[in-house]
Design a protein around this ligand. Structure first.
Ligand SMILES: *Cc1c(COP(=O)(O)O)cnc(C)c1O
Length: 497
């Protein structure tokens, strides 16, 4: 198997090269040349394996240039109970009839980003070694809150790497901000940007594509890579937990081998749900992929109309990790759906860059409708959902996962579809305590973040994640704020160029 660029199908590189480069020089994203398959027999067998073994099994289908030993080195180091608060790595909670919550937030930073970012540094450094890269790898990250911390935690003090994280000054929760600004490690830097997530992401993409900066890096034996979900090494690990969850449900006799399931994903950059789409196309029996958005519902509109239009107000919500109007990974989906037609992708994404809008063909609209359903909910609906699920099932959702549950309930009510359903739960409620407490207690909590954590502990009974409690006494290391115009110079300065 080799990897192509969505904007130039003639690109032909190995997975190691794709992971090291992060994004293609033509601005496209790397995708495998074909989607490997997995049979129901293979899926059932996964049920008897550890998470690390399941991961290695599935990775071997995508990272065909890696040896088995290299893959096991990566999965064994990432998916251990040293890094995750649970032996199973991803837990499944039974919510109500035929509805399962896939808890992806038992990692060190309490969000699902850990599922990929705990392993990415191993994949990246192994890849670099395989292809004889002797340059220091500089990771630039744009974050809406969770990726930044998860990437910092993954890359802190990893030899041969340096990492810089940009977050929107007013676009992250106080806890997310504190997690990032107190980060340990000699090779890390964190900076707030005056603007929103899209500004951070656009800036990072421009720096990646800047020829003058590239020349300077080359002279100094440095190279950029990405830890955002534009990097294939971020996406591949996310395919695993959907297949793994299915294997567990079969083993636990919640479903029968071959039964279809729905998958609901609270969505921002379209990475997590795209991974589920890959799982489906490998052979996982998925009925509908349900894309859940908050008020920034550009994806809901796109799936329902085939028109992608980012010309709208950006709204700051209580599910900030989904406050995104340019969903990068949609490019990969459309590339697959239009039969790997790179010219078509260049046209649509050129139009997106120029006018903020594109409209797909009728053929693609039909394909979107066949695979996906989409819905959104407001902040008030999100809070009401948290309260309802808490009261009814004594289960405490974070704000992002609550969007998914609400959109799923709306979908079920509208369609009558009673297929068993896995809902991706993307963050611990502790990470968004203020909004979760406001939802449950019915009033804004007037206390500091740590008192909120204690109160949430009383209400939920969930163990307080150690990593969050420890922030209280950690000194802030990074307090810089810059404008988007200053981002390039900031990077050069950090690199000593
Ligand atoms: C990143 C994130 C999302 C959105 O995931 P995408 O892969 O960007 O669609 C949803 N919820 C939480 C908590 C996140 O951190």
């Amino acid at each position: 198997m080799y990897y192509k660029s969505t904007r130039d199908s003639s690109v032909k590189i190995t997975s190691a090269e794709a992971i090291v480069q992060g994004i293609s020089k033509d601005g496209g994203l790397f995708v495998p040349s074909e989607i490997p398959s997995i049979t129901m027999d293979e899926i059932v067998k996964l049920g008897d394996m550890s998470y690390s073994e399941r991961a290695a099994y599935i990775f071997s289908k995508y990272l065909t240039d890696f040896t088995d030993a290299e893959i096991r080195y990566c999965t064994d180091n990432a998916y251990t109970s040293k890094n995750f608060a649970t032996e199973n790595i991803a837990e499944i909670s039974h919510l109500f009839d035929g509805t399962y919550i896939l808890e992806l937030w038992h990692g060190p930073t309490c969000a699902f980003k850990d599922m990929a970012l705990q392993i990415l540094p191993y994949l990246l450094t192994t890849s670099a070694k395989k292809i004889n890269i002797d340059k220091k790898i500089v990771i630039l990250v744009a974050t809406s809150g969770d990726t930044g911390k998860a990437a910092l935690e993954g890359f802190a003090d990893v030899p041969g790497t340096q990492i810089m994280v940009f977050y929107p000054e007013d676009g992250v929760s106080p806890m997310q901000k504190r997690q990032m600004t107190t980060q340990d490690g000699e090779n890390v830097a964190v900076c707030a940007l005056k603007g929103n997530f899209d500004d951070c992401q656009t800036g990072v993409k421009q720096i990646f594509g800047n020829a003058e900066i590239a020349a300077k890096l080359e002279e100094n034996k440095l190279m950029f890579s990405s830890a955002n979900s534009i990097n294939w090494g971020r996406l591949a690990p996310q395919i695993i937990y959907y297949i793994s969850a299915y294997a567990t449900l079969v083993k636990d006799e919640e479903i029968k081998a071959g039964d279809k399931i729905n998958v609901v994903v609270p969505t921002g950059n379209f990475g997590n749900i795209l991974a589920a789409y890959y799982a489906k196309n490998m052979g996982l029996p998925v009925n509908k992929l349900i894309c859940a958005s908050n008020t920034n519902k550009v994806l809901t509109d796109f799936i329902n109309t085939g028109v992608y239009d980012r010309n709208r107000d950006f709204v700051t919500t209580i599910s900030p990790s989904m406050d995104i109007l340019i969903s990068s990974n949609l490019e990969r989906l459309l590339y697959l759906m239009c039969g790997q037609n790179d010219a078509q992708i260049r046209e649509w994404f050129g139009s997106l860059a120029k006018t903020g809008r594109y409209e797909v063909t009728d053929d693609i609209k039909a394909k979107l409708k066949a695979d996906f359903a989409a819905g959104f909910c407001t902040d008030d609906e999100t809070k009401a959902e948290i309260k309802k699920i808490y009261d009814k099932y004594s289960y405490t959702l974070d704000t992002h996962s609550a969007v998914a549950v609400k959109v799923y309930e709306d979908y079920k009510a509208a369609t009558g579809d009673d297929t068993k359903t896995v809902i991706a739960s993307t963050a611990s409620p502790y990470k968004f305590s203020a909004s979760v407490l406001e939802a449950i207690d019915g009033k804004k909590p007037e206390m500091d973040e740590y008192a909120m954590i204690d109160r949430l502990n009383e209400l939920s009974g969930y163990e307080i994640p150690e990593s969050l409690a420890a922030l209280k006494t950690k000194p802030v290391r990074f307090s810089g704020v810059i404008t988007k115009e200053e981002q390039k110079d900031y990077v050069l300065k950090e690199l000593g160029l």
